[in-house]
Design a protein around this ligand. Structure first.
Ligand SMILES: O=C(O)CCC(=O)C(=O)O
Ligand SMILES: [Fe+2]
Length: 365
């Protein structure tokens, strides 16, 4: 190991420590659905560290891949070019004259170190926008987005519950903002609001867990012992850029795309349409082993639409995303509630054992 590599390794450890403060707004993986945060562009030193690291790994890069990869490490730094077209992989700090990059990657140096050291799962890196790629890079088998009609899911609605849910959620959302504990995403301006841990936030949400649709779908689909993985609301507001295409199964390790592990019930609390950011969907993608070429491109996807009270049911391998909300400012708020259930052996996304209040626990089976 040379001096640079040794430095890189040492610093990776300290980076890891710094980033382990789950709950901090500065942690990248909480920046769900937003483009890479450029507020902290890489310094020259960080860039140098990543380039040294790349050099150290170069012998492990397969030659003959026949690809020229351009890497933007952010900041005012030169792009790095990894050339695997010949027998001996090489790194350049400008594009070789005989080459056009097949793939362009964009990541912070820290991300490269995390990724290269095996501290960051590949799918996690892409899913949470830590590594952006354009060009020939494939997450899996190339899926074609195309020829798709408008979706309309009109499963039974809970009309008596609807207005109670609307009122409670609006109130909760405003309360979390006022208390300074709200969570927002949906692009640089972060207009969207996510309300986590709904079991704690009102009887209305507990009642919705008792809706007959849950029993209609879950035991048959997920088997005995299915349980709630997350219970959230997503208020998609005008100006929202939506979310990167993802599957809800993507955070489950190890990846088992051949097999469904979860089912999501998405309750529309308002009429949902294309304009207010109806969920974008890649039809048939739940059949597994497919992924979009560019997870930030929704061209060719269909949008979910339906009247308030609709429940959209989709399994966890379906590629989807919150749609961009292009409604007029002040109009077109699109609140939905997401009940995500998983098979008995899957660790839930929200730790209800720790987070659900004592008195609520007594009320929930
Ligand atoms: O809000 C939406 O349309 C989708 C949200 C979503 O996909 C998620 O929370 O995983
Ligand atoms: Fe999702």
């Amino acid at each position: 190991m040379n001096a640079n590599q040794e430095n890189a390794t040492t610093d990776t450890t300290s980076f890891k420590r710094k980033d382990s403060g789950v709950g901090s707004r500065d942690v990248d993986h909480q920046n769900f659905g937003n483009p890479i945060d450029n507020k902290r562009p890489a310094t020259r030193e960080e860039w140098q560290q990543a380039v040294s690291f790349l050099h150290g790994k170069l012998s492990k890069v397969a030659s003959g891949l026949n690809a020229l990869v351009e890497i933007d490490l952010t900041g005012e730094n030169p792009h790095v070019f990894v050339d695997t077209r010949g027998d001996t992989p090489a790194i350049f700090e400008s594009c070789p004259e005989d080459g056009v990059p097949n793939v362009k990657l964009r990541m912070r140096p820290l991300t490269m170190l995390h990724f290269g050291e095996g501290l960051m799962d590949t799918r996690y890196a892409s899913h949470f926008n830590q590594i952006q790629s354009t060009g020939d890079a494939r997450l899996g088998v190339n899926a074609t987005f195309g020829n798709l009609a408008t979706a309309s899911s009109k499963t039974p609605s809970p009309p008596s519950q609807l207005s109670a849910l609307q009122t409670r959620l609006k109130d909760q959302a405003a309360g979390e903002v006022a208390a300074g504990v709200s969570y927002s995403d949906g692009g640089p301006k972060k207009p969207n609001q996510r309300i986590w841990n709904l079991p704690n936030k009102g009887q209305e949400f507990l009642d919705l867990l008792e809706h007959p649709l849950v029993e209609d779908f879950m035991p048959d689909f997920l088997g005995d012992g299915y349980h709630l993985s997350s219970y959230t609301a997503n208020i998609n507001r005008p100006g929202s850029k939506g979310m990167g295409m993802h599957t809800d199964q993507i955070t489950i390790n190890p990846a088992i795309p051949q097999f469904p592990l979860g089912l999501n019930l998405m309750w529309f609390l308002t009429d949902v349409n294309e304009e207010n950011g109806g969920t974008r969907i890649l039809p048939k993608s739940h059949n597994g082993l497919v992924a979009p070429d560019n997870m930030f491109d929704i061209a060719g996807t269909m949008f979910a639409s339906g009247p308030a009270g609709t429940c959209l049911v989709f399994e966890s391998r379906l590629w989807h995303a919150t749609g961009p909300n292009v409604a007029k400012e002040g109009e077109g708020e699109r609140p939905v509630i997401l009940q995500f259930y998983v098979r008995h052996f899957v660790r839930p996304q929200e730790n209800f054992t720790l987070s659900v209040d004592e008195e609520v626990r007594g009320e929930v089976e």
